[in-house]
Design a protein around this ligand. Sequence first.
Ligand SMILES: [Zn+2]
Length: 368
Amino acid sequence: MSESSSTPAAPVIDEATIGDAVDAALAAIAAAATTAELKQVRIEHVGDASVLSSANRAIKDLPKEQKAAAGKLVGQGKGRVQKQLAARQQELAAAEEEAALAAETVDVTLPTDRRPRGAAHPLTTLRHRIEDVFVGMGWEIAEGPEIEAEWFNFDALNFDADHPARQMQDTFYVAPEGSGRVLRTHTSPVQARALLERGVPLYIACPGTVFRTDELDATHTPVFHQVEGLAIDKGLTMAHLVGTLDTLAKALFGGEPVTRLRPSYFPFTEPSAEMDFRCFSCEARNGLDHEADPGCRVCGGTGWIEMGGCGMVNPAVLRAVGVDPEEHQGFAFGLGIERILMLRNGVPDMHDIVEGDVRFSQHYGTEI
Ligand SMILES: [Zn+2]
C-alpha cells in the first residue's frame, strides 16, 4: 500500500535487515555520550522514520502466515533496543546530575573577592591621635552640640553684642530669624558648658565640627574641625600653656618642639596670643639651631608655622560661668585639625580633605 510518492518502498523484514538495524542502534546507544545525543539516537533508530518502526508498520500488510514471525523478529529487536536505550538513559542522566552537583558545589575555603575595606577619614584618625595626647596628660575629652545657643557661642565667651563675628556673613544662624541658635563657629562653647557642668579644676580637650560662612577653596571650608583645650586650676600661668603646646607639637610633628607666642586679641582670653610652632620641616633638614630654609613649603621660609590662638582665660568668661577668677585661673587654645593635617601630611588642597574620595583616605591606611 503506497500512500504517496515519497513513501519508501515497503521495508524488507528479514533477519539480516532487522539484525543490522538492531546492531546499528545498539552501537549508537553505546556511543552516545550525553542524554542529548541519546535523544537523537532514539529518534534515528526507533523514531517514526527508523527502519525498525517502518518494519513494524509494514507487518500488517504482510501475508497472514508471515505476520507472526515478522512480528516476533521486529518486536524482539525493537525490545532490545528500547531496553538498552532505557539503561543508557539512566546511566547518562545519573552521570550528568553528578557533574551538575559537582559544578555547583560551593567551596567555602576558596578566597573570594571581598568588598574593599574602608578606612577612617584621616581627619578622624588625626583627631583621635590628638585626643590621645590629651588623655595621656590626664585631660578629659568634652563634646557639645553643633547647633548651639547663641549665648554659649558668643555671650558666654565675652563677645560683644555687636562683635563682627556675629554677623550673618560669618555665622550660620538657624531659622527662624531670632531663634537664638547658630551652627557653632568654634568649639569654645563646649568649654563654657563643661565649666558649668563639671566645675573646677578642669582639664578638657574639645574636638569637634564647626561652621563658618567661608567658601570652599584650597585652604578654606565652611565645615571644618577644631580642637580646643581648656585648663582651669589654681595657679596656672602661661608657662603651663607653653608646656602643654610643646607636648602637643612634639606628638604631632616630632622633633624638639619650640612654641612661640605673639600678642593678639580674642574676647575670651586675656592676654591673648597667636601660637606658632617651630617649623618641623626646616628643623628636620637643618637642625633646631639653624636658620629657616628659605625654600621651605611648609612654613613659607619663615621657620614658623601659625597654629592658632591661645591665651589666659578672660576673667569675664570665668565669671559668666560662676567661677571666681581670684581663685582659679586658666588657659585655653584652639587649633584647626584640617590645618594640622595639611601641614603634617603635606596635603596641598582642602578639596582633597572634604571631597570624600576613598583613595585619599586609603592612602592613610588604618593609622591610629
Ligand atoms: Zn619650614
